[in-house]
Design a protein around this ligand. Structure first.
Ligand code: ADP
Ligand code: MG
Length: 495
């Protein structure tokens, strides 16, 4: 057992409740659209408006997504679960209750696995339950009035509750990232955090090692990983200061202010009994037959952890490379397509060489461009087959690595698909004519007496500098290996 990391002698304890918006077309209990960004109240039907006499009808697609999640986290998918009314008054909740699940949720137990500082970690899940979202209050600055938008009312959510297993903000962030990657990979949530499709409540307490759990405060609605980290760090400092001052922590719901980086109590925390939960008489128990679970299992995509294992086994990738290649399903598919265009197509020897080259290009040039442009691989116009064609041209020495990077830039931004045409247009075809290269080598030797001297004195660095000069003089067209060979010949050294 590893000793817990302590903060000023205290152990930090964190449990997360995450709301993942399920990617169904229509709402959880009505046929209204869930599309984001419509004009206020244009996507709220009679059920969402809670008009008297309306009845909820369960959306099969939402249940199917919950089953998919349960299977992916190795949880129990309950054969029978119950919808309950969570009663409270708020202007954006016209029914006066939220339909949720309470005593018997659809997903029970399970675990999320991830890597923290190079070490494998698993956080246990308590449960995941289906529920509806509430509407939204829009406070106007100018008139001082508040409007209610019920478009979001009835949007399907899966609330995923972890055990209090996390011991630092860094661990909470890695857990949340792994959970986010998983729900997006499974295709059950679009993962758009700005639009609120994935948001976390962080329950935080502190204690001296060995003591019982401390009283927690719950930070609501964190919709970025950075806010999650900042909010927990602030909260931990605040709680430890308070305990050190001899004051008690009171259970509370708090809000994080991104502008100040501080958390502030919003209300003293309700207990479950304040909500007067009871089974919703409008909805029958949710019954999931084993056959349905088996069908969902059969249609499951390969999961990221399994795929990362396969890429290590079959392609010889390192654990880190494999984890990067499986950061999202489209990224993994892109990698596999580039690899397939390399392996067995003259990039070798062996499968691992082509696989590693494909991975290197994805981690290098491709990721650099995606990060700079703030987008994901689905939107890239460069086809994987084109990137593979470029890698093949490096492998057969048609173009140098630096030349290939220039070609890549043009292919990436121009949407141009013909690698050989771009190499020719840009004059980047490597010199395979040794007499022309020899002339350049002689020029470089004549112009760099100092480096030549240093090289003769045994300095490797000086040799690299000379190769660099040849590459420069040839405008990147020389083959560096060939240039090195000619340099050594000319300098009359066996190296
Ligand atoms: P609710 O917030 O709805 O009352 P629970 O009591 O089930 O629900 O707890 C919600 C979350 O709080 C869970 O993720 C759980 O792991 C976490 N939690 C419970 N006790 C503590 C504690 N002492 N410190 C930190 N987190 C806790
Ligand atoms: Mg809670």
């Amino acid at each position: 057992m590893i000793a817990p990391a302590l903060t000023r002698g205290y152990e930090v304890v964190i449990g997360l409740e995450t709301h993942a918006q399920l990617s169904t077309q229509s709402k959880i209990f009505s046929g209204a659209s869930t599309a984001f960004g419509a004009a206020p109240n244009t996507q709220a039907c009679a059920v969402d408006l809670a008009l008297p006499g309306t009845l909820p009808v369960m959306n099969r697609g939402a249940v199917e997504r919950a089953i998919r999640f349960g299977l992916a986290v190795q949880a129990k998918v309950a054969p029978l679960s119950i919808f309950a009314r969570k009663n409270y008054f708020y202007p954006d909740l016209p029914k006066g209750y939220q339909i949720s699940q309470y005593e018997i949720p659809v997903v029970q137990g399970g675990r999320i696995e991830f890597v923290l500082a190079g070490q494998p970690r698993a956080v246990r899940l308590t449960r995941a339950h289906l529920e509806e979202d509430a509407g939204k209050s829009l406070h106007e600055d100018y008139h001082g009035q508040t409007g209610i938008d019920l478009n979001r009312a009835g949007t399907p959510l899966l609330e995923i509750v972890s055990e209090p297993d996390m011991r630092s903000s860094a661990e909470a962030v890695e857990y949340a990232k792994a959970l986010h990657a998983l729900v997006v990979w499974l295709g059950i949530c679009d993962g758009n955090m700005q639009e609120g499709s994935f948001r976390c409540d962080a329950n935080v307490s502190v204690r001296k090692p060995g003591e019982a759990l401390g009283t927690r405060r719950e930070i609501k609605n964190l919709n970025s990983f950075r806010f999650l980290q900042q909010a927990i760090d602030f909260e931990v400092r605040w709680q430890i200061d308070r305990v050190e001052d001899g004051l008690a922590i009171e259970q509370a719901t708090v809000l994080f202010n991104p502008d100040t980086g501080e958390t502030r109590a919003m209300r003293s925390k309700e207990d479950a009994h304040d909500y007067r939960y009871f089974p919703d008489p409008d909805l029958p128990p949710l019954v999931i037959a084993p056959r349905w679970v088996a069908e969902v299992q059969a249609a499951m995509p390969e999961l990221p952890a399994a795929m990362a294992g396969r890429l290590q086994r079959d392609d010889g990738l390192s654990p880190d490379d494999a984890a990067l290649m499986t950061q999202s399903l489209p990224f993994a598919r892109y990698y596999e397509a580039v690899r397939d265009g390399c392996v067995g197509h003259g990039v070798g020897p062996g499968r691992a060489v082509g696989a590693k080259l494909a991975a290197n290009w994805l981690m290098g040039e491709v990721s650099k461009r995606l990060n700079a442009e703030g987008r994901s691989i689905e939107t890239a116009s460069l086809a994987p087959a084109t990137l593979a064609a470029l890698i093949r041209r490096v492998a057969d020495a048609t173009v140098s690595n630096s030349g290939a990077r220039q070609v890549f830039e043009l292919l990436w931004s121009g949407g141009h698909g013909d690698v050989d045409a771009v190499i020719a247009e840009q004059g980047l075809k490597q010199m395979n004519d040794s007499s022309a290269l020899l002339a350049i080598v002689d020029e470089v030797i004549a112009a760099n007496a100092k480096s030549v001297e240093e090289f003769r004195a045994g300095k490797d660095k000086a040799f690299n500098a000379l190769v660099g000069q040849v590459m420069k003089a040839s405008k990147g067209k020389a083959n560096p290996a060939q240039a090195g060979e000619l340099l050594r010949q000319r300098l009359g050294s066996a190296g």
